[in-house]
Design a protein around this ligand. Structure first.
Ligand code: ATP
Length: 367
C-alpha cells in the first residue's frame, strides 16, 4: 500500500531551484532513504514532507489525502533532527511525554505509553535523567521515543546519526532497523553517507542538484547504476569510457581506451541495448577484478588486461592496487594481502594480469 506520494514537487528559493520536479511513491512501512551530496536538496524535500517548507509547485499525499497545504502538526508525520532538539530543562520521561501532554491525554495513558516507548529504545532505566546527563547515542534514542509516542504514520529522520562516532553510528543503525521493524511505520531517512543508506534502506533515492537520479533497492543501485553519478556516488568503481565495436546476441564488445587495442566483453542481458559505434561508459567495481602475476588459462582472452602495479594500499580487510594499463589506471580490491594464485606478495612496478567475468561490469548510457 502506498503511504506517501510526491507529485512534481519543486522548491525554488528566490530563483535557486533546490528541488526540481520530484515524483515518487513510498510504500507503507518502507524504510526509504534520500541519499546525495551536500546541497542536493534532500533536507528541503524532507522539510516539505514535514510541512516546514511550502512547495513552489506540486503535491504531497499521505494515503489519499492531499497534505500539501496542511500545517506540520496536522500531518501525522514527525521529524527527528540531527541535533535531537531535546528540551534541556525536562527529564527524559518528560521529553518523551511531551507530545501526549500537549494533546491532554490521561495521566495513566501517558505513563504507560512513555514506559512503552522508553522500553522500545532501551532507555527505561534513564527516565529521570536530564539530557545533559546522557550520552549522544542515548539522546538519539530519547528523540526517537519522543517522535514515536504520538503514533505518527511517517517518521522523518534528517541525518539522525551524524553527530555520533563511527562505532556508535553502526550500532544505532541496527537499533534503528529493529525499531522500524517493531513499530512497522514508514521511515524516511536523509543522509549523505552511502554506507548508511545502503545498509539500512529498503529503497534509496539517489539525488543530485535537486533531482532524483535513480531509485531502487540498494543492491540494485550498486549492481546496476543508471548513470555515471550513481555509479560514482555509491561505492567505488572504475568508470571507463569506450566505443561499442560489436554486438552479438547479448554480448557487447567495447574498445578499451587504453591505447593497447584491448577490448571488454559484457553480457548485457539486463542492460540497455547499445548500438555499434556508440560511445558509452563501463562501470567495473574494484572488488570484481581478480589480480594475478600469472595469466589465467580459462578465460579465452576475454576481459583480461595486462598492466603494471603503480600503487598498493593495505587496508586491513582488503588491499587496494592501482594498476596502470596503457593510459588507464584501474583500481582493484583484493581480499588477499598476498597474490591470488601463489604465495608471494605483489610488488610496486610488477607486471600483473587483471581479469573479470563478462557479467561483472555494467554499461552506462552516458560518457
Ligand atoms: P546537506 O546535506 O548539506 O544538509 P541537502 O542535500 O540537505 O544538504 P538542502 O539543505 O536541501 O540540501 O539545500 C539544497 C539547496 O537549497 C542548497 O544549495 C541550499 O543552500 C539551498 N537552500 C536550502 N534552504 C534554503 C533557504 N531557506 N533559502 C535559500 N536557499 C536555501
Amino acid at each position: 500500500m502506498e503511504e506517501i506520494r510526491l507529485e512534481n514537487l519543486s522548491k525554488d528559493f528566490d530563483g535557486f531551484v533546490a528541488v526540481e520536479n520530484v515524483s515518487l511513491a513510498i510504500q507503507s512501512g518502507e524504510l526509504f532513504s534520500f541519499l546525495g551530496p551536500s546541497g542536493c536538496g534532500k533536507t528541503t524535500l524532507l522539510r516539505m514532507i514535514a510541512g516546514f517548507e511550502i512547495p513552489s509547485t506540486g503535491r504531497i499525499l499521505i494515503g489519499n489525502t492531499d497534505i500539501t497545504d496542511l500545517p506540520p502538526y496536522k500531518r501525522q508525520v514527525n521529524t527527528i533532527f540531527q541535533n535531537y532538539s531535546l528540551f534541556p530543562h525536562m527529564t527524559v520521561f518528560d521529553n518523551v511525554a511531551f507530545g501526549l501532554r500537549i494533546r491532554k491525554s490521561p495521566k495513566n495513558e501517558i505513563k504507560n505509553r512513555v514506559r512503552e516507548m522508553l522500553s522500545l529504545v532501551k532507555m527505561e532505566d534513564q527516565a529521570n535523567k536530564f539530557p545533559e546527563q546522557i550520552s549522544g547515542g542515548q539522546k538519539q534514542r530519547v528523540a526517537i521515543a519522543r517522535a514515536l509516542i504520538n503514533q505518527p504514520k511517517v517518521l522523518l529522520l534528517d541525518e539522525p546519526l551524524a553527530a555520533l562516532d563511527l562505532k556508535l553510528r553502526q550500532h544505532m543503525l541496527i537499533e534503528l532497523m529493529n525499531i522500524h521493524d517493531a513499530v512497522g511505520i514508514t521511515f524516511i531517512y536523509v543522509t549523505h553517507d552511502q554506507g548508511e543508506a545502503m545498509s539500512i534502506s529498503d529503497r534509496v533515492a539517489v539525488m543530485n542538484y535537486g533531482n532524483i537520479i535513480q531509485e531502487g533497492p540498494p543492491d540494485d543501485i550498486y549492481e546496476r547504476p543508471n548513470s555515471v553519478f550513481s555509479a560514482y556516488f555509491i561505492g567505488e568503481t572504475n568508470l571507463i569510457s569506450g566505443e561499442v565495436i560489436s554486438i552479438e546476441d547479448d554480448y557487447v564488445q567495447i574498445r578499451c581506451p587504453d591505447g593497447t587495442g584491448n577490448s571488454f566483453e559484457i553480457d548485457s542481458t539486463f542492460h540497455f541495448q547499445p548500438n555499434i559505434g556508440q560511445e558509452l561508459t563501463v562501470s567495473l567495481r574494484p572488488e570484481k577484478i581478480a589480480i594475478s602475476r600469472n595469466k589465467p588459462r580459462y578465460q579465452d582472452d576475454i576481459n583480461i588486461l595486462r598492466g603494471v602495479i603503480e600503487d598498493i594500499l593495505y587496508l586491513g580487510s582488503h588491499t587496494q592496487y592501482i594498476v596502470r594499463v596503457g593510459a588507464l589506471k584501474i583500481r582493484v580490491f583484493s581480499q588477499h594481502k598476498r597474490v591470488y594464485f601463489d604465495d608471494t606478495a605483489l610488488d610496486w612496478e610488477e607486471p600483473v594480469w587483471l581479469f573479470w567475468h563478462d557479467t561483472d561490469s555494467w554499461l552506462i548510457n552516458e560518457i
